[in-house]
Write a protein that binds this ligand. Structure first.
Ligand code: HEM
Length: 402
């Protein structure tokens, strides 16, 4: 197969369902390939790392959209997205990122631990009730989706009573991370408008009466110091934190559980402590990354032996880099005790995931509880993969828990 055939196959439902054989075929062609003019696919671990750490490669930003997406200003999701950390570069990115990082501290993340454990236990209790008679429980719906979205709400300080109505809107907005059918855009834009209105109201409340939450801290940080955040930058990045933070973590929980369901010995090893849960989580991130790819705008250079031209769409396929046989021994084997760990799943360089510690914490709290609580957890029917390429996960993962 040449690179165009492989890319075409990756875009089919079968390719999205299991991209790994196609990634393996790409690795045989080299660290990077140029399937068509204007596009470079980077699949080698080292090459991906070098692109993500090289400031010459820029995230697509509003200037890129002026060329590629005329009329983007008419769409609320792009107006907000133009301020998102993911879509800005250079000094502006550094300013906003450092302000957000000052509020989103390791202390704040670690402080969530007891709340995450309590939420996980509540969800496991409900799963135990639903499945007490041996009937199937839907893990994605009943656990993997609810835990991260509730944790993000807790982090941001969204009151309990508002959380239920939040979940479907947040899910709609997260649709922007996929390669979209134009017919999905009205729902995505409506969600963007609704979330912005919500955060505008929440920020006004916290400004009047600060609490111990991220929104209150960000308001303080944004009003002091040299850099400052504009109100729009602050509010827009709150919507980003919400959408970047839950579907990805949902997929880490689902993809990790699927390993346990298909390889029960792995679950037993986590239960008896012979595999530390952190090692299990790192290997789950590598083996089936919740984020499969990200991209950058190219400049005149070479990557993995392939020439890149200015303005090229450079796709760094994190999910492929995680299975690079040049980097990992037996890349298709799930081996939590491997000595050569180090997944690319949270990206690298200036845009490295700001929520990586939170996602890891959630998974490290959730898996031991889940596995101890349900020692006989087993698949109850065929899992249903989401038909998506960028975010990889399941729509349904039915299990029995008795
Ligand atoms: C397993 C879960 C997660 C995965 C796999 C993941 C993956 C990623 C990746 C690959 C990037 C870099 C994108 C790029 O370079 O273009 C990123 C950035 C980001 N992530 Fe995560 N993420 C996860 C969880 C979270 C959580 C829990 C939050 C927030 C609470 C979060 C917030 C962000 C933000 C704000 C950025 C943008 C950072 C920047 O551009 O400076 N993520 N994430």
């Amino acid at each position: 197969m040449d690179s165009i055939e492989i890319l075409t196959a990756l875009g089919t439902p079968a390719g999205r369902n299991d991209p790994y054989p196609y990634y393996a075929a790409l690795h045989e062609l080299g660290e990077a390939v140029r399937p068509s003019p204007g596009m470079v696919l980077v699949v080698g671990y080292d090459a991906i790392n070098s692109v993500l750490r090289d400031p010459g490669f820029r995230a697509a930003d509003d200037a890129t959209w002026d060329q590629a997406l005329p009329g983007w200003q008419e769409q609320p999701v792009f107006v907000q997205g133009a301020d998102w950390l993911l879509n800005i570069n250079g000094a502006r990115h550094a300013r906003i990122r450092s302000l957000i990082a000052r509020a989103f501290t390791a202390r704040r993340v670690a402080g969530l631990e007891p709340a995450i454990a309590a939420m996980a236990d509540d969800l496991l209790n409900a799963m135990a009730d639903h499945g007490a008679d041996g009937s199937a429980v839907e893990f994605m719906h009943d656990f993997a989706f609810l835990l991260p979205v509730t944790v993000i709400c807790e982090l941001l300080g969204i009151p309990d009573g508002d959380r239920e109505s939040f979940r479907p809107i947040a899910r709609d907005l997260a649709g922007i991370f996929e390669i979209n059918d134009p017919e999905n855009m009205p729902a995505i834009n409506a969600a963007a408008v609704e979330l912005l209105a919500y955060f505008t109201g929440l920020a006004a409340k916290r400004r009047a009466e600060p609490r111990d939450d991220l929104v209150s801290d960000l308001l303080v940080v944004s009003a002091t110091g040299d850099g400052r955040l504009t109100d729009a930058e602050l509010l827009h990045n709150l919507t980003l934190l919400l959408v970047a933070g839950f579907e990805t973590t949902t997929n880490l929980l689902g993809n990790g559980l699927q390993v346990v369901l298909t390889q029960p010995a792995v679950g037993d090893a986590v239960r008896d402590g012979s595999v530390p849960v952190a090692a299990f989580v790192e290997e789950a991130l590598r083996y089936d990354s919740p984020v499969q790819l990200t991209s950058r705008v190219g400049y005149e250079t070479k990557v993995g032996g392939v020439a890149v031209a200015s303005g090229d769409d450079v796709m760094t396929v994190l999910g492929a880099g995680n299975r690079d046989p040049r980097r990992f021994a037996h890349p298709d084997t799930f081996d939590p005790l491997r000595a050569d760990g180090g997944p690319l799943s949270f990206g690298g360089g200036a845009h490295f995931c700001i929520g990586a510690a939170l996602a890891r914490l959630e998974a490290c709290i959730a898996f031991p509880r889940l596995l101890q609580r349900f020692p006989r957890i087993a698949a109850a029917g065929e899992p249903v993969r989401r038909d998506t390429l960028l975010l990889r996960g399941f729509d349904a993962l039915p299990v029995t828990v008795r």
